[in-house]
Design a protein around this ligand. Structure first.
Ligand SMILES: Nc1nc2c(ncn2[C@@H]2O[C@H](COP(=O)(O)OP(=O)(O)OP(=O)(O)O)[C@@H](O)[C@H]2O)c(=O)[nH]1
Length: 195
């Protein structure tokens, strides 16, 4: 059995959204809590990887879930968060989720996990023809390639995928992948106030 650690990336600046996205709410639940809930059944631990500024705002009472800050390449984007979590806990695989996907569902996680195989270093969904590298699995083996990218200031996730052996999994239903980047997205998908 593979040991899987869940990672919730929450160290971004939410510039487009205007306030920290992790603490936006859907049905009275913080966005970051949806990511934790989705990962929980499949993970030995769940790490929230955030910035020092936001660290104390997360109130986590679950024993297997804790908050860390980027320990390497701080603030250098999602790859810095992923790498910091890999540095913090050794696991076979890491399931990464952003903090702005409040419609994420457990079946997505389960389906991707079912594709783990010893020849792949990442398992990544494609939805409507687009890769979703922030809702994906990365093996511990990919850590050295992520570090190499970060050392060379290459923050692009698609560039990372081009260097890994990736199993792409096509998923038909796009709803769990809706991500909220702007207040407009919030109005459209959460408040449903835009026709
Ligand atoms: N730990 C960590 N997470 C990050 C970092 N940069 C982005 N993230 C997270 O990665 C995910 C995707 O990032 P974006 O959608 O660009 O979010 P963002 O950077 O907060 O938003 P913008 O400032 O509007 O680009 C979000 O969950 C972010 O919180 C970082 O440097 N460290």
């Amino acid at each position: 059995m593979n040991n899987i650690v869940g990672i919730v990336l929450a160290g971004g600046q939410s510039r487009r959204f205007g306030t920290p996205k992790a603490f936006a709410e859907k049905d009275g639940v913080f966005f970051y809590q949806y990511s934790i809930e989705a990962l929980k059944p499949f993970s030995s631990s769940v790490l929230i990887v955030t910035s020092p500024k936001l660290q104390d705002s997360f109130k986590i009472k679950l024993p297997f879930c804790y908050v860390i800050t980027d320990s390497v390449f701080q603030g250098h984007g999602p790859l810095a968060g992923l790498c910091s979590a890999m540095e913090e806990i050794r696991a076979d695989w890491y399931f990464v989720l952003p903090t702005d996907v409040p419609f994420i569902e457990k079946w997505v996680i389960e389906q991707l996990i079912s594709h783990i195989n010893e020849n792949s270093q990442a398992i990544v969904p494609t939805v409507n023809g687009r890769n979703q590298p922030l809702i994906a699995l990365y093996s511990y083996e990919s850590k050295k390639i992520i570090e190499h990218q970060l050392r060379h200031q290459k923050r692009s996730l698609n560039q990372l995928l081009s260097k890994l052996s990736v199993k792409y999994v096509e998923i038909e239903d796009h709803a769990p992948f809706i991500n909220i980047n702007r207040k407009n997205d919030y109005e459209l998908y959460i408040n449903k106030s835009i026709e």
